[in-house]
Design a protein around this ligand. Structure first.
Ligand SMILES: Cc1cc2nc3c(=O)[nH]c(=O)nc-3n(C[C@H](O)[C@H](O)[C@H](O)COP(=O)(O)OP(=O)(O)OC[C@H]3O[C@@H](n4cnc5c(N)ncnc54)[C@H](O)[C@@H]3O)c2cc1C
Length: 471
């Protein structure tokens, strides 16, 4: 709820700040216990628990289905109807709510199996294999699998397997449980879910467009620059990301396989869409035809339109998030604007050549490559082209046709070699006590960078916005 609840640490007690942040960021640490209180306090009601165990086991099953409605609401996009939030804000809460729904569903199933097993008057096998009960058993197989494959380590190991299990679990829950449940859950829950899925189907097709990836530039180790024809992609806010699929809309895999999110480094008034990608060994985006599902904004409009002092600190591929915002803010003539890009290898700097950006106000920290004299930093005073040549700064990049591209790198105002960012020193001019309300620190990169950025923003009471390239 970035626009309703202050996005900056204020001079109130730390616990109040923590609470506000938990609400604003839709943190599961705050919302899951709250939800549990809300659903479990009225849960045991009217009927005694000990003499009505099977009724309460049934209720658990119904509760899990009812909560699916809330869970699907959390994932709606492009705009989320829960005011002020976007779908990325809710990913974490969605994960924990899914686990909660699955666990209470499984307790419901196990509860009945135990009940039938200890009741000598019924056969557990014949009860569990009765059509409607068996449908419930079938539905919970993919849900139980999802419980394991959604663990972060597994998701990282094979996102595709996780995603397929996620889809199967989702469809079995939504469509099989209404057949299994007695009394019925069709009205209103299944109908609400159908409406939400129709909305999702429309959002997957209405704004989608076929695009051509026309250029891909990288060398062996560097970030990849990808140029996409603008096509009919609708306008986006700076810092937005698109979701791209290899498949055409008429291919069922378009609907079944995960789409990849990449942040747009260019502005909507440019002819092309620039992407900056840290690729795996097998690149997902190569020259050819793709479908862009839509563009999604996650940046608070107040940062774009009302900010006065902005510091952008990004690492590696996080430059794609910083670039769009930076280029837009350059047109606004702010009191203070600084863009810091932290990279391991200077080869990554070829990105600046591809993206149409004015590199004034841009500072690069190259942490791994050192010039001959590793105390040397490249400052405006040392900004002559001959000194730049001294550090052997020639780039050899290859495009998709295999041609070598040798380019002179656009010169940022400062390049520091082998130096770590010192937040207090390097951003010493950023904080101005009279304009804290309109001062924004923008970060994108690895978790450690985001944590440092958050700590800096808390210490200095400025607004903070971050993007993390991992779900
Ligand atoms: C909002 C957002 C914006 C992003 N912008 C950029 C960007 O500008 N440049 C960039 O290099 N990366 C960006 N990423 C990360 C990028 O989307 C993933 O790294 C990429 O999808 C991994 O694909 P892969 O085939 O290389 O790796 P895989 O081997 O398929 O997966 C590696 C890991 O990447 C993550 N991942 C894989 N597929 C997806 C998916 N469909 N959705 C989300 N995460 C996934 C998972 O954690 C997975 O374990 C962004 C991510 C998000 C959430």
């Amino acid at each position: 709820m970035r626009w309703l609840i202050p996005s900056r640490y204020t001079k109130v007690s730390p616990w109040k700040n923590r609470l506000l942040r938990s609400i604003r960021t839709a943190s599961p640490w705050f919302h899951m216990p709250l939800l549990m209180i809300l659903v479990f306090v009225p849960f045991i009601h009217h009927y005694a628990l000990t003499s009505n165990v099977s009724l309460y086991i049934k209720r658990l099953g119904r509760l899990s289905y009812v909560l699916v409605v809330l869970n699907v609401l959390l994932t709606l996009r492009p705009g989320n109807p829960i005011f002020g939030f976007n779908y990325l804000d809710f990913i974490s809460l969605h994960k924990w709510l899914s686990r909660f729904v699955t666990v209470i569903g499984i307790i419901h199933g196990i509860g009945f199996i135990v009940k039938w097993s200890i009741d000598p008057s019924v056969s557990m096998i014949s009860k569990a294999t009765r059509l409607y009960n068996f449908i419930g058993v079938v539905a919970f197989v993919p849900l139980s699998v999802l419980l394991f494959v959604s663990i972060r380590a597994f998701r990282r190991y094979s996102y595709k397997t996780f995603y397929i299990a996620h889809q199967l679990a989702q469809w079995s829950m939504v469509f099989l449980i209404p057949i299994h449940a007695r009394p019925r859950v069709t009205v209103p829950y299944f109908i609400i879910l159908l409406v939400l899925y129709v909305q999702r189907g429309i959002s997957y097709s209405y704004h989608s467009s076929t695009v051509h990836v026309t250029q891909r530039v990288k060398d062996e180790t560097s970030l990849t620059y990808v140029k996409v024809d603008r096509g009919t992609i609708r306008d986006w806010l700076p810092g937005s990301h698109l979701r791209i699929s290899k498949y055409k809309k008429r291919n069922p895999l378009y609907w079944l396989m995960p789409t990849k999110p990449y942040t747009i480094a260019s502005l909507p008034d440019e002819n092309q869409v620039d992407l900056v990608i840290r690729e795996n060994s097998v690149p997902y985006v190569v020259v050819g035809e793709y479908t862009v599902v839509d563009v999604y904004s996650t940046v608070p409009p107040t940062l774009l339109y009302d900010s006065q002092r902005v510091a952008i600190v990004v690492g590696g591929s996080g430059i794609s998030f910083g670039l769009g915002i930076f280029k837009y803010l350059q047109t606004r003539n702010l009191e203070y604007l600084k863009f810091i890009w932290l990279i391991r290898n200077n080869e990554d700097m070829h990105i600046l050549n591809q993206c149409n950006v004015d590199t004034n106000d841009l500072e690069v920290y190259v942490t791994r490559s050192l010039p001959q004299d590793d105390t040397q930093t490249k400052s405006p005073a040392a900004n002559s082209s001959s000194e730049f040549d001294d550090i052997d700064f020639e780039l050899e990049t290859m495009d998709d046709s295999g041609a070598l591209l040798t380019s002179d790198v656009k010169t940022p105002s400062k390049v520091h070699f082998g130096k770590k960012l010192d937040w207090q020193v390097d951003l010493a001019q950023f904080i101005e006590p009279r304009t804290l309300q309109n001062s924004w620190l923008v970060c994108c990169g690895p978790k450690s960078l985001l944590d440092d950025g958050q700590a800096y923003a808390d210490q200095n009471y400025c607004n903070f916005v971050k993007e993390f390239y991992s779900l």
